[in-house]
Design a protein around this ligand. Sequence first.
Ligand SMILES: Nc1ncnc2c1ncn2[C@@H]1O[C@H](COP(=O)(O)OP(=O)(O)OP(=O)(O)O)[C@@H](O)[C@H]1O
Ligand SMILES: [Mg+2]
Length: 298
Amino acid sequence: MKGTHDPIAADRRTGGAVRPVARDVSTGTPRSGAAVQLDGASLAIAGRQIWTDLSLTIARGEFLVVIGPNGAGKTSLLRVLLGLVPLVRGRALVHGEAPRRGNPAIGYIPQQRAFDPELPLRGRDLVGMGLDGHRWGISLRPGAQRTRVDGILDLVGARGYADAPIGRLSGGEQQRLRIAQALIGDPSLLLCDEPLLSLDLHSQAVVVELIARWSRERNATVIFVTHDVNPVLRAAHRILLLTGTRWGVDRPDRMLTTETLSSLYGLPVDVVRYRDRVAVLGIDVGGHDPVSHAEPGS
Ligand SMILES: Nc1ncnc2c1ncn2[C@@H]1O[C@H](COP(=O)(O)OP(=O)(O)OP(=O)(O)O)[C@@H](O)[C@H]1O
Ligand SMILES: [Mg+2]
């Protein structure tokens, strides 16, 4: 199992753009430098090798999209950064330190599971839980907490249904509330595990733009796992592809080519572009392509 080394120079990690130095709202410290560093990182779960020799640096403010077939270890990568799974070899650093559980600098949108319809919890309660135990939690008076929850509900467009029992909401409505919960602690690193599931095309575009703008304004880093790159093509600075045997990371225009994907998959793959959409032909992995097919008729 061999990895592909990160071919991009540091100054290209953000597409060459010069970003203003944002400051952490609570501490006033600059948010600059590497957000995540992986050096020769290898992961095995239950004795099975998941990915091997993964080395990459994710700059602060970068929007990194992670794609790959089912079981390639995308969720596991996020779990490593959350301090939930140890590496078997190599090193992972989050903001220069070893990953640790409960790191308040990280916001996490887990891969979706539906809420129990009978769950006696309102959307705003879920969002408010994102404050508990975080740096905002202890010092905020109830009035200030409510204002902050309302603000983030407005940001994701979920204010209108925030008082309904969360289990009765649609999958897309629940997903917006999960995003709000992850953003309310003002994390400097946001880990999103397939946050576009259950969202219609318009809502996908809205959510991606919302997260991308939020990231730009705060110089916050986003690691965004998805099975469909099309909604995130404009936001992505780079794409990391995990195939289960190899990996590669590069700018979207260089990653999503017939040559690169065929080489990483070790199979003939065709990348077809139509207007601003990308379709990958020739891979059928468990009903999920790493990059979606274009919509029929689009
Ligand atoms: N706690 C666990 N015990 C045993 N195996 C596990 C555990 N967690 C993950 N795995 C295995 O590790 C592999 C990688 O899982 P992971 O969830 O990271 O994949 P993924 O790329 O996120 O897949 P998907 O696209 O389906 O979400 C899978 O084969 C999975 O079954
Ligand atoms: Mg997953």
